[in-house]
Design a binder for this molecule. Structure first.
Ligand code: ATP
Length: 374
C-alpha cells in the first residue's frame, strides 16, 4: 500500500547549513544532509549529540539558528509543523486513552473534516496488523501494539516524511527487535521517507538504508550500515558501532596499493583505500580490525598460518564460552595493556588463559584511522 503518489523527489529531505544554538551552546553545528525519497534513514548517536534537535528542526518544532529545510522542492524552513507534509511518532505513544483504537487512528481524518473514514482507517489498521483490535482501548494493548497504533495514526494523513523519535525506547529488548522488523516492513510497504532517531546502533543497522552517526552536534560519518561497520572513518564511529581492536602503528612504506606499517617488532598491511589517515612514512596510524575477522591460533601452530596475513602475538587473559563462539580477551605484546577480542567457532582445548597465541587476519579486513584525531 503506497500512501502517497510520491511524485519525483517529493519526499526528499534536504538540510542546508542547518544549525541550532542555545545561548552560547551549539547543539547542532551547520549541517548539510540529504535524505532521498523513500529511504529509511537513521540519525544515530549517544545522548545529547543533537539528533533529536535535528529531527525537530525537520518537523518544525524547533526553529533553526541558521540554514534551510527543504521537503522535496518546497522550502519549509519557516512553515509551522502542521503545514509541513511530515508527521512525528514519539517514544511516548500519546494515544487518546478514552478513544478506541479505530478512533485514535481516525482522529487526523476527522480533524480535517473528513466524514467517511472507515475504509482508510481499516486499511491502516491492516497495515500495522491491528485489524482485530479496532474496538479496544489503548490500555488493553501491549506496548508494541500501542506503538503500532501511533504509527498508523501518524500515517493516516499521508505524510511525505515520517519522523520517528526513539519510538521503540520504551519497549523491552525482545519486543524492540520485533518492532524493528515491523517498522521496516511498514516503511517498505508505504514507500515514504522515514527519518528515525535512535541511540541504539543495532536498531539503526537493522532498519536503515543509510545511517548518519552523530557526535557532539556533527555528523561524523554517513553511509550504509555495512559501509560504516567495515570502513569506519573515525575512532568514534569504529567504537560506537560494535567492537573494534585498534593497534597503534607507524607507516613504514607503500607496496602498490597497500600501506605497510610497523607495529611492535612486526609488520601489518592495510589496503590504501581503507585508510582514512594521511599515510606519509613515519606517520602514526591506528590499525583496526573487527573481532569476528580474527582467527586465533595457538603459538605452537604459528608455522601453519598462511603467508600474507596480518598477525600479532599475545597471551590469553581470559575466555568466555557464549554458545556458537568463544570470546577471548588477549593481552597483546604489540601494544602493552591492549586487549583484543577474538572469536573462534572451533574450540581448541589449548586455547585457555595463559596460552601464547597468534592473532591473524586478512589485510583486506583491516582499516586505518588517523591517530591524531579526537
Ligand atoms: P537524547 O537521546 O538524550 O534525546 P539527543 O542526541 O537527541 O539526545 P538533543 O535532544 O538534540 O540530543 O540535545 C542536544 C543538546 O542540546 C543537549 O546537550 C541538550 O542538553 C541541548 N538542548 C536541547 N534542547 C535545549 C534547550 N531547549 N535549551 C538548551 N539546551 C538544549
Amino acid at each position: 500500500m503506497k500512501t502517497t503518489d510520491n511524485g519525483s523527489g517529493s519526499g526528499d529531505v534536504r538540510l542546508t547549513g542547518i544549525s541550532k544554538t542555545y545561548g552560547s551552546f551549539t547543539a547542532v553545528h551547520p549541517l548539510d544532509l540529504t535524505v532521498p525519497q523513500g529511504s529509511f534513514f537513521a540519525l544515530l548517536g549517544a545522548s545529547g549529540c543533537g539528533k533529536t534537535t535535528t529531527l525537530r528542526m525537520i518537523a518544525g518544532l524547533e526553529e533553526p539558528s541558521s540554514g534551510t529545510v527543504h521537503l522535496g522542492d518546497q522550502d519549509v524552513t519557516v512553515l509551522p509543523p502542521y503545514k509541513r507534509p511530515v508527521n512525528t511518532v514519539f517514544q511516548s505513544y500519546a494515544l487518546f486513552p478514552h478513544l478506541d483504537i479505530f478512533e485514535n487512528v481516525a482522529f487526523g481524518l476527522r480533524r480535517r473534516g473528513i466524514k467517511s473514514v472507515k475504509k482508510q482507517v481499516e486499511e491502516m489498521l491492516e497495515l500495522v496488523q491491528l485489524g482485530e483490535q479496532a474496538r479496544k482501548k489503548p490500555h488493553q494493548l501491549s506496548g508494541g501494539q500501542q506503538q503500532r497504533v501511533a504509527v498508523a495514526r501518524a500515517l493516516i494523513n499521508h505524510p511525505k516524511v515520517l519522523l520517528l523519535d526513539e519510538p521503540l525506547g520504551a519497549l523491552d529488548l525482545k519486543l524492540r527487535r520485533q518492532m524493528q522488523l515491523e517498522l521496516k516492513r511498514i516503511q517498505t510497504e508505504v514507500g515514504i521517507t522515514f527519518v528515525h532517531v535512535t541511540h541504539d546502533q543495532e536498531e539503526a543497522m537493522t532498519m536503515a538504508d543509510t545511517v548518519a552517526v552523530m557526535n557532539a552536534g556533527r555528523v561524523e560519518q554517513l553511509g550504509s550500515p555495512a559501509d560504516l561497520y567495515e570502513n569506519p572513518q573515525t575512532t568514534f564511529v569504529a567504537n560506537f558501532l560494535g567492537t573494534s581492536n585498534l593497534i597503534e602503528a607507524e607507516v613504514d612504506t607503500r607496496s602498490g596499493d597497500d600501506i605497510v606499517l610497523k607495529a611492535g617488532g612486526g609488520k601489518l598491511v592495510l589496503p590504501g583505500a581503507r585508510c582514512s589517515a594521511p599515510a606519509a612514512t613515519g606517520g602514526k596510524v591506528l590499525v583496526g580490525v573487527r573481532p569476528e575477522k580474527i582467527t586465533l591460533s595457538h603459538a605452537d601452530d604459528a608455522g601453519e598460518i598462511p603467508e600474507g596475513r596480518n598477525r600479532i602475538t599475545g597471551k590469553i587473559a581470559n575466555s568466555s564460552f557464549i554458545g556458537v563462539s568463544t570470546q577471548y580477551v588477549i593481552d597483546s605484546t604489540v601494544c602493552p595493556e591492549f586487549e583484543v577480542y577474538a572469536q573462534n567457532i572451533e574450540r581448541d582445548a589449548r586455547l585457555v588463559p595463559g596460552a601464547d597465541v597468534v592473532l591473524h587476519w586478512s589485510p583486506a579486513h583491516t582499516f586505518g584511522l588517523d591517530a591524531a584525531q579526537d
